[in-house]
Design a protein around this ligand. Structure first.
Ligand code: SF4
Ligand code: SF4
Length: 63
């Protein structure tokens, strides 16, 4: 059975700059109040958002 636990989390370091939204090839990051929200069903775990985030606000969760 697949796990629906999101593999990523956005921390309070996020400044809502929007770079990760523009970078995600799956459109798994969506605009939301405060900081982007992650649609875990779309995320493939490519980690492009982690590389582009200037605040290191996106972290990988243990699976
Ligand atoms: S790139 Fe980083 S700081 Fe910018 S919106 Fe995404 S998580 Fe927040
Ligand atoms: S890991 Fe890849 S697919 Fe998942 S949110 Fe980040 S950029 Fe999008």
């Amino acid at each position: 059975m697949s796990m629906l636990v999101p593999p990523l989390a956005l921390s309070a370091a996020c400044t809502a700059c929007g770079l990760c939204l523009l970078t995600c090839p799956e459109r798994a990051l969506l605009p939301a109040p405060g900081r982007p929200s992650l649609d875990a069903r779309r995320c493939t775990g490519c980690l492009a958002c982690i590389e582009v985030c200037p605040r290191d606000a996106i972290v990988e969760l243990e699976r």
